[in-house]
Design a protein around this ligand. Structure first.
Ligand code: TXA
Ligand code: MG
Length: 341
């Protein structure tokens, strides 16, 4: 397949968005940035177009896609009645990094919902994503733009290698702002349930609604089956062996030092990832920044850097101090295949 790649700038912007909209309307696939991660999108209302996404990603067909919309009319078309509680959530958090699971209407093909009678909907805040949906004139089904099982992509530099020849058009911009995928919540039951933690947190939702919000308890436990189909698959995985380390940060540093000393003895190329203030303890270190916001933004790029650097073993140093840290750790645990030392 011929893939056109456009690096967006002020001069080509209108042309590129128009072209991308045309591709979506014709049933083709377009990769575009959002505020969370890059997405790989197609017309959400057309079964054949959406099937092409599963092919390009190598994604299992029971794993449903998020439908990206630009306005509330789109939401009313693809869902059944939206209740007052959900309207309140939408007013507060959309456009933004929050995906809401609602009951789907007839026009949503069941192939994009993995056969479920619900649909995941998100109104992104990123201007490129919004302009693209508007120009396309249809909602856009878009999972994260990565080969299934690999880390999501937040930096333009990995997109072309992964998808050249597999999609019709790639729109490149700078790195995405948030860096981890949207929070996914299910509002169809009595309690609101968080199916995937993200930038919008449990506290954010509880403060708004003055009611208890619960986690799908199975999301961070490898032995349980989560409610969100996508959470059960191996995810975000770099090619190397990645480990989390248990204990306080000082204990983690000591353990990592011992591991690295052993690796050197055995001729294994290893590295430590963590916050900037711990880099002084290690010679080979990937610096994720100074705060949870930095780590969210940088984590997927650094997981991919491990492959480029041909690292064999990597150790992730981290303490959970905030709700965002918890969301980050959810990704890294999966990337590590739940290996903790
Ligand atoms: O930030 C994001 O959400 C990015 C950007 C591109 O918008 N998209 C993204 O899509 O992360 P994806 O497909 O990689 O993750 C969607 C998650 C999966 O875990 C999927 O199983 C879940 O949402 N999901 C989708 N529809 C669902 C449904 N009807 N019920 C439960 N979970 C659903
Ligand atoms: Mg994904």
């Amino acid at each position: 397949m011929y893939t056109e790649v456009i690096k967006l700038n002020n001069e080509n912007y209108d042309y590129a968005i128009k072209l991308a909209g045309k591709h979506i309307r014709r049933g083709n696939i377009v990769i575009f940035p959002t505020e969370t991660v890059y997405g790989i999108g197609a017309n959400a209302l057309d079964e054949d177009s959406s099937k092409k996404i599963y092919m390009a990603k190598g994604r299992p067909s029971d794993n449903p896609l998020i439908v990206h919309i630009e306005n509330m009319d789109d939401l009313n078309k693809i869902s059944k009645k939206i209740d007052e509680r959900t309207k309140k959530i939408i007013d507060c958090f959309w456009p933004g990094p929050l995906t809401i699971i609602v009951e789907k209407s007839e026009i949503v093909p069941s192939c994009i919902t993995g056969g479920l009678n619900t649909v995941a909907v998100r109104m992104p805040s990123n201007k490129i994503a919004r302009d693209l949906i508007k120009k396309s004139g249809v909602p856009i089904a878009a999972p994260s733009a990565n080969i299934s099982g690999r880390p999501s992509i937040t930096s333009e530099k990995f997109i072309t290698d992964e998808f050249f020849g597999k999609v019709d058009l790639i729109l490149l911009n700078e790195s995405t702002e948030i860096g981890i995928e949207s929070t996914v919540i299910d509002v169809t039951g009595e309690n609101i349930v968080i199916l995937r933690p993200g930038f919008i947190t449990k506290n954010d939702l509880e403060n708004l609604l003055a009611e208890k919000v619960i986690f799908d308890l199975n999301i961070s436990d490898e032995t349980k089956v989560p409610k969100s189909p996508g959470m059960k698959y191996r995810h975000y995985a770099p090619k190397c062996e990645l480990y989390l380390i248990s204990g306080s940060i000082n204990m983690q540093i000591d353990t990592a030092k011992n591991q690295i000393a052993n690796d050197i003895k055995n001729g294994i190329k290893s590295i430590v990832l963590g916050l900037d203030n711990n880099r002084r303890y290690f010679e080979n270190y990937l610096d994720l920044g100074n705060s949870d916001i930095d780590v969210a933004k940088n984590i997927f790029t650094n997981l991919r850097m491990l492959d480029i650097m041909k690292i064999q073993k990597a150790y992730f140093l981290y303490e959970v101090k905030s709700e965002l840290d918890f969301s980050i750790l959810d990704r890294v645990k999966k990337a590590a295949g739940y290996k903790i030392i």
